[in-house]
Each structure stands twice: as C-alpha cells, then as structure tokens.
Design a protein around this ligand. Structure first.
Ligand code: ADP
Ligand code: MG
Length: 226
C-alpha cells in the first residue's frame, strides 16, 4: 500500500576527520512516497546538497541505511549505484551545462546513449513536449532563454522515465518570470504522477510543495504540511 520511492534511516555524512570533521548531514530519517512533491529547505551550508547527493546515489553516507524503491542502496557496488543514477533518477542542477553546439533534442537524448534505446529521437521529442518545448527542439542552447534552457535540463532529466526527479536549486540562476515557468513545469510533472524533490532556499518554491523538509546544521528540524 505505501509505495515508497525513498526511505532514509539514520543517515549521516561526515567529511574529514578529527578536529577538521564536518558533520554535513546528521541522523536524517524520512520517507518519500511515489507521487510526492517535497521541498527541502534550509540556509546555505545546512547540508541540502550533501543530502541530495546521497539521495541521488552520487555520494554514499558515512552511516545509516538508504532504500531506493525497496532496494538497499547502502550495500550497493559502484556499478549498481551507477545503474540507479543513470536510469531511475533524473537530476536538475542550478547550473545547466548543455552542449552548446547541439540542438535541444540532441542534448535531451544524451542520457539514452548509454542504454539501448530504439527511438532516442522519439523519446527526446516526447520529453521536450512535456516541458512545453515542442516548438524548440532544433534550437541550440544559445538560442533559448534561461528558463527554456532549464526546461531542456528538465526534459533531459525526464527522458529516461525515472522514478524520481531531484532538483537542486533549479531556479537559483533565473529571473522571477523564468523561475515561475520552471516551477510550473515541475508542478505539472508532479500532477502527472512524477515524484519530485526540490532543494531550495526560496520560500516561494517551497510554497508549491505539499510537504517541506527543513535542514539546519545537517539535521532535519521540522516537517510541515503546506
Ligand atoms: P547546502 O547545499 O545546504 O548549502 P552542503 O551540503 O553543500 O550545504 O554543505 C554542508 C556542509 O558540508 C558545509 O559546511 C560544507 O562546507 C560541507 N561540505 C560539503 N561538501 C563538502 C566536501 N566535499 N568536503 C568537505 N566539506 C564539505
Ligand atoms: Mg547546495
């Protein structure tokens, strides 16, 4: 019944040792159900990106247990982690770095090059359509606005049909109009059933989420229903 995409139990991450140790994430536990839209908030340095890297299998915790779609990630080898990262999680970062000489659809199909997709172009076009860029598929990144470029980034995150979209400050570099455009897309994807976790320090972003997790000094301080 409870279909959890994510379950963290007592996750901690410490960088360095002894006096130089930084406790970036401290004893964090929570679950995220399929179809949830969760905002992770907190000031700079509170451990949001470290948490995102662990959730995204880009980094491993120092201690604790992490299950992704029922599988125990804590025990996985690097190649198993790579499989989850590449196929089951879509990443959107603050700074999208598209390949400048490639069209939007060529940028979007990139994650499919590492897997045997029959119709990469078809999948890329479908993803671009989902972010409202069906009319811009042959444009190069330099021919798109900042908001449109970030929508290309979302399309690229979507193209593998992932279980989870993880966005770390996706509107951090955008003006307010472009931010709203990007947030509206994330909200719409969630309405279509996509599980989305958005890391942000903007209250405006968190307002659209049904659930907000707040980080402070590496700890999860509160959990408020919006
Ligand atoms: P946020 O994303 O909320 O700004 P981070 O997760 O980036 O926070 O950082 C949390 C803490 O961990 C900070 O004190 C930061 O300096 C430290 N930190 C992050 N990454 C590393 C690293 N690779 N090595 C050492 N310290 C790190
Ligand atoms: Mg960060």
């Amino acid at each position: 019944m409870n279909d959890e995409v994510i379950r963290l139990e007592g996750i901690s991450k410490t960088y360095g040792q002894g006096d130089a140790a930084v406790h970036a994430v401290v004893d964090v536990s929570f679950g995220v159900n399929r179809g949830d839209l969760v905002a992770v908030m907190g000031p700079s340095g509170s451990g949001k990106s470290t948490l995102m890297n662990i959730l995204g299998c880009l980094d491993v915790p120092t201690s604790g247990r992490y299950r992704f779609a029922g599988e125990d990630v804590s025990r996985m080898s690097e190649s198993e982690l790579a499989r989850i990262r590449n196929r089951r999680i879509g990443f959107v970062f603050q700074q999208f770095q598209p390949l400048p000489r490639m069209s939007a659809w060529r940028n979007v199909e990139l994650p499919l090059l590492y897997r045997s997709a029959h119709d990469r172009r078809g999948s890329a076009l479908h993803a671009l359509e989902q972010v409202g860029l069906a009319h811009r598929v042959d444009h190069r990144p330099t021919e798109l606005s900042g908001g449109q470029q970030q929508r290309v980034a979302i399309a690229r995150a979507l193209v593998t049909d992932p279980d989870l979209i993880l966005a770390d400050e996706p509107t951090g570099n955008l003006d307010s109009a472009s931010s709203r455009e990007v947030l509206a897309i994330l909200e719409e994807l969630n309405r279509d059933g996509r599980t989305v976790i958005v890391i942000t320090h903007e209250a405006e972003v968190a307002a659209m989420a049904r659930r907000t997790l707040t980080m402070s000094d590496g700890r999860l301080r509160e959990e408020a229903a919006a």
